[in-house]
Design a protein around this ligand. Sequence first.
Ligand code: ADP
Ligand code: MG
Length: 255
Amino acid sequence: MSRIIAIANQKGGVGKTTTSVNLAAALARMKKKVLLIDMDPQGNATVAIGVDKDEIEVSAYDLLLGELKTKDVILPTEIEGLDLIGSNSELTAAEVELIEESKGPKRLRKALKKAVDHYDAIIIDCPPTLNMLTLNALTAADGIVVPVQCEFFALEGLSALMDTIEAVQQDLNSDLHIDGLLRTMHDRRNNLANDVSNELVAHFGMKVLQTIIPRNVRLAEAPSHGESILDYDIGSNGAIAYLALANELIRKTKI
Ligand code: ADP
Ligand code: MG
């Protein structure tokens, strides 16, 4: 059985995609079998892992709506042990089509049933909205990791996300667990970042993961090379942090 982890926060630019790609790569490096699912029509995770989003013939769209079997939408990547279900702008159509369906939020969960035995972990990169695609991810997931950028408006919107998680737990997926809030783009020299970090711990306690992802320019550069941080610069602080995150989640969730 695999652990399905949704990386979600309806705020854009908080590090969801960076976390999805590099956590997936870090777990694969630790000899785990990993499937990365790009659930954002922007296809950033697909590109970041080195796949041309406009060239792919199968995508998360087919997983959610098409006639294809789950195994037929899975693509290999350059990274050993890491497979991908890619995405591009076609996925926007799935969003619209699923809203009209009563079983819309459960499509991904159903589609993944046959894949779970092949992987130790399935990481889902969510779009920056609480839409039907995110709802599908939360309904399919065992756990959610919430990246939070340590800046002034970080806490804003978190209560809406917590409300959504509670609603999903009640109506769609009682097993959904908060695996943790992840502090991202943290700059130790910045007082505000430290204040926000402390506030987050004061408010959410044990739900805040110990690993802190530092602001690191190598993490921002890696996607344009189509490489995870581990292939782009294994010695960088970003690589060290994402390996630590993988270790923490393995310990915490028994991946
Ligand atoms: P989201 O998926 O939540 O929209 P991204 O992962 O795409 O966020 O990150 C937003 C931007 O910030 C991207 O340009 C990314 O490269 C950059 N970024 C993310 N994490 C870091 C980090 N720890 N240090 C520096 N830049 C980062
Ligand atoms: Mg993203």
